[in-house]
Ligand binder design. Structure first.
Ligand SMILES: C[S@@+](CC[C@H](N)C(=O)[O-])C[C@H]1O[C@@H](n2cnc3c(N)ncnc32)[C@H](O)[C@@H]1O
Length: 312
């Protein structure tokens, strides 16, 4: 396919917005494999239509972002079954094609990202039920467009780790407070990985990851999120990590042992007390993250959640 987005057009991206090409690389490469664990035809189309040297900058794909996306997809689909026709807001949407992978034919989907990222995204990804807001997600102006009485799913995939923890915490708390029927889905990196980025982690000689100022190990997620927001009612987290190559082998072993699992990245779901399903097979228990809600990557199927969904 002819590239429709030139490297010149990508010049608007730098720093955190450029990171949106990194998970796209990992997801699309996984989806193009004959032994793939993940289908993403729209993502592959977008990947191929951008004139960018992914491998030079991000190196060999390791499956990590594909596995993370699968976990998000599973939770999003479960939530949509329980809340048909209710809105999903995707913060820091980048070039993620989750709407197209999860669409149930009814969901109104809102993608929020900074203006340069939306400028790159919108010519490539259009749909009548996919709306974009070009704004800083942390300014919370997007929340003004949401009816606070409605159940809502807010996702922030690959976003919160790039900002101060206080900012991430304020965002999650604001959503739970202002939308009492909200579910928030995000991911965290472990502390050791955050430390590497603070020292200047180079993915390749040509690409240095932006700083991730904070990290959370798996065994600290629940307590920390409760500290972020006293109205966080149910919390669940499942580990994810590379699935391919040498790192994939290490992570598969780590995922089997509680003492090591906490050092993997985690996908986290948080709900406020009012966020219970009223319809569908998930009625009464909307927080399902982990086995059953997502197909995990090679060899990690059946990994158990680090913290089981817990309510108080
Ligand atoms: C690592 S990328 C993740 C993209 C996408 N969620 C994915 O998983 O493919 C981080 C994204 O956050 C976006 N971003 C950075 N700062 C932001 C902000 N203040 N508000 C909203 N989005 C932001 C970037 O433009 C980029 O698209």
């Amino acid at each position: 396919m002819t590239a429709i987005l030139s490297s010149h057009a990508l010049a608007v991206l730098s720093g955190i917005p450029e990171t949106m090409l990194w998970p796209l690389h990992n997801r699309a490469q996984e989806a193009m494999r004959p032994d793939r664990t993940f289908d993403d035809p729209v993502g592959v189309r977008v990947y191929r239509s951008i004139d960018y040297d992914y491998r030079r900058n991000f190196g060999a794909p390791d499956g990590s972002h594909a596995q993370r996306a699968q976990l998000f997809d599973g939770a999003v689909k479960d939530w949509m079954i329980a809340h048909p026709g209710r809105p999903v807001v995707e913060l820091g949407c980048g070039l993620e094609t989750q709407f197209f992978r999860c669409d149930d034919g009814r969901v109104p989907w809102i993608g929020v990202d900074v203006p340069p990222a939306i400028a790159v995204r919108t010519p490539l990804l259009r749909h009548p039920r996919l709306r974009h807001i070009a704004d800083d997600a942390f300014a919370l102006r997007w929340l003004d467009t949401i009816d606070p009485a409605t159940p809502i799913l807010v996702t922030a995939q690959g976003l919160l780790m790039y900002f101060d923890e206080a900012k991430a915490a304020a965002l999650v708390h604001a959503v739970l407070i202002r939308c009492p029927k909200a579910t928030v889905l995000f991911d965290v990196v472990p502390r050791w990985f955050s430390g590497l980025t603070r020292f200047g982690l180079r993915k390749t000689p040509h690409y240095r990851s932006p700083r991730m100022p904070w990290g959370l190990d798996g065994d600290r997620i629940e307590a920390r999120v409760r500290r972020w927001s006293p109205v966080a009612h149910r919390i669940a987290a499942v580990p994810y990590g590379p699935t391919r190559g040498g790192l994939g082998a290490v992570c598969r072993v780590a995922a089997r042992f509680a003492g090591l699992r906490r050092f993997l990245g985690h996908v986290v779901a948080v709900q406020s007390a009012g966020a219970t399903a009223t319809t569908g097979p998930e009625a009464g228990s909307v927080l399902r993250l982990g086995p059953g809600s997502a197909r995990l990557g090679p060899g990690t199927r059946g990994t158990h959640p680090t913290c089981e969904p817990s309510a108080r």
